[in-house]
Write a protein that binds this ligand. Structure first.
Ligand code: ADP
Ligand code: MN
Length: 515
């Protein structure tokens, strides 16, 4: 009521109504009487009349803001037409629901079905916007309905005049498309578009659908490839045959399982079988299968190519045979170490790229790597000195540098350290032998210094203690330079004399030759 401001000028309406005197807050001042009841009533009536007229002239103006359909909110029930339309829609939906039930009853699960589609009052597209929930339900349970050839609905549109909405309506289709994204493979990320009122154009949706399908196919292919290659890398049929033969011949009792799968090899545990006249088989064995896939071995060329022991053979070999050479190399190196009394696996047999050796550990449980075991400070110190002596023996008696020595390739078993993984070990006069040794020394020195062994030499001291070489540099850079100069000297000697120096030894030890 807008008349409050002018109320004071209005003629007095006589004594106030009876309730005024009973009012607990006392009688209001006379100025507050805005206007007579009759005035109010007539004003209200005029307003109502106008509204009614307006809605009669433009029946759908109110709803048009939200689209031509009744949306849950803003339902204006002031118009009879609107009410009638709502009732009609409700009826139509119920009618269609009944129709669907009948359709289902008639068809059962027969392969050929009769469609009552044409008899529906409300086409699925129409119902979409009339009730948001129906939209979700429908699309979830029958997402690709639109892709099937459907008969033209009786009424492919709703609304009238300029507000007509067909099944091709952008908004309606857009919402539908968004909902259909839920039917993509679960691993296909569609973001949270499904949860909001996102409208995907047909073009975008189709592109997405295509992408989802090809992603699905791609991941299936990848998975297949991965499975295939693992089987191939670890034990290909030829390797399996080799292993079967070992069991069949009685050399091995059973192969129990895999201990480790590394980049270059797979190690299995096996129980030893019967001894032959020339061989005693250990009760438990480790089988190291060198992978026959070449990728991983490419960067290891330098270890073997420059190893004079394999020099003239290298060029003639195909990649497959080079892998066998790794196994062969590990066998030779282990034998040398065994002969020098260094704790390491004992070689049982070598067949192609499969090396059988004694198992370090017990009851199928391999000994822990030094990096995985927690030693008392006493044991730590003991382990350090043991390794120092092993490195010296390896260098002097076996004429070898481990070249991959670290807490990863040392096992703790029976209260002592065992060296494993010597396929890459080289002789000290290998063109990079001293560099490899220096790297080994750095690993060992760092491990024990971090492990709290106060007596542990630093990497340069350790290098000198192992090699006996007298390198005077007091910093790492110069030290490395001197090492490389020595290696160069050796290479020059090979060039000039066609034969390598026996050792680098500079302290008057007799040169150590092997083979
Ligand atoms: P890789 O080149 O894959 O590192 P390794 O020779 O180091 O090959 O063997 C991998 C792992 O298998 C080792 O870390 C060790 O745990 C286990 N292993 C290898 N040989 C033996 C063995 N003789 N006894 C017990 N475990 C072994
Ligand atoms: Mn290893």
């Amino acid at each position: 009521m807008d008349s409050v401001g002018v109320a004071a000028a209005a003629p007095d309406a006589g004594p106030g109504p009876a309730w005024q005197s009973k009012c607990p807050w006392g009688a209001p001042s006379t100025t507050s009487i805005s206007c007579s009841l009759a005035d109010v009533m007539s004003e209200q009536l005029a307003k109502e009349l106008q509204l009614e007229e307006e809605s009669a002239a433009f029946p759908e103006v109110v709803a048009a803001a939200e689209g031509p359909f009744i949306t849950g909110e803003n339902i204006d029930t002031s118009s009879d037409l609107m009410l009638a339309q709502m009732l009609q829609m409700e009826f139509d939906r119920e009618y269609d629901a009944q129709l669907r039930r009948e359709e289902k009853k008639i068809n059962g699960d027969s392969k050929v079905s009769i469609s009552f589609e044409n008899y529906r009052k409300v086409h699925p597209y129409d119902s979409d916007s009339s009730e948001e929930e129906v939209d979700w339900q429908d699309t979830r349970h029958d997402p690709y309905r639109a892709d099937k050839p459907t008969t033209t609905p009786k009424r492919g549109f709703i609304g009238k005049g300029k507000d007509i909405t067909t099944k091709h309506d952008e908004v309606v289709c857009g919402r539908k498309n968004t909902a259909r994204m839920e039917n993509f493979a679960p691993e296909f990320q569609v973001g949270d578009g499904i949860g909001m009122d996102l409208k995907l154009s047909n073009q975008v949706f189709n592109a997405l659908k295509q992408h989802a399908y090809s992603e699905e196919r791609r991941s299936a292919r990848l998975h297949e490839k991965k499975e295939h290659s693992t089987a191939e890398k670890a034990v290909d049929p030829k390797t399996r045959l080799l292993l079967y033969k070992m069991v069949n011949s009685g050399m091995l009792e059973t192969i129990t399982g895999c201990i480790s799968t590394g980049k270059e090899s797979v190690v299995f545990h096996a129980y030893g079988g019967n001894a032959t006249e020339d061989k005693v088989i250990p009760p438990e064995c480790a089988i190291k299968v060198f992978k026959t896939t070449l990728n991983e071995f490419k960067n290891r060329d330098k270890y073997i190519k420059d190893d004079y022991r394999f020099k003239d053979r290298f060029s003639k070999l195909n990649p497959r045979k080079i892998i066998r050479m790794w196994a062969e190399k590990e066998m030779h190196n282990l034998t040398r170490m065994q002969n020098a009394g260094i704790p390491c696996p004992q070689v049982v047999i070598l067949k192609k790229h499969v090396l059988v050796m004694s198992f370090i550990g017990q009851d199928q449980v391999p000994a822990p790597k030094l990096k995985d075991v927690t030693l008392s400070s006493e044991d730590m110190k003991k382990a350090y000195y043991q390794i120092l002596h092993m490195m010296q023996r390896l260098y002097r008696e076996c004429n070898l540098v481990h070249a991959d020595l670290s807490e990863y390739n040392m096992l703790w078993h029976d209260g002592k350290v065992w060296l494993i993984d010597v396929s890459q070990s080289v002789e000290p006069t290998h063109p990079h032998g001293l560099e490899f040794l220096f790297r080994d020394c750095r690993n060992v020195s760092q491990f024990f210094q971090k492990g709290g062994v106060a007596e542990a030499l630093n990497e340069r001291e350790l290098f000198s203690a192992v090699s006996g070489l007298n390198i005077t540099a007091d910093n790492e850079v110069d030290f490395q330079a001197e090492i490389e100069a020595l290696e160069k000297m050796n290479e020059d000697h090979v060039q000039n004399h066609g034969k390598k120096l026996s050792t680098f030894s500079s302290d008057g030890d007799p040169p150590i030759y092997d083979e």
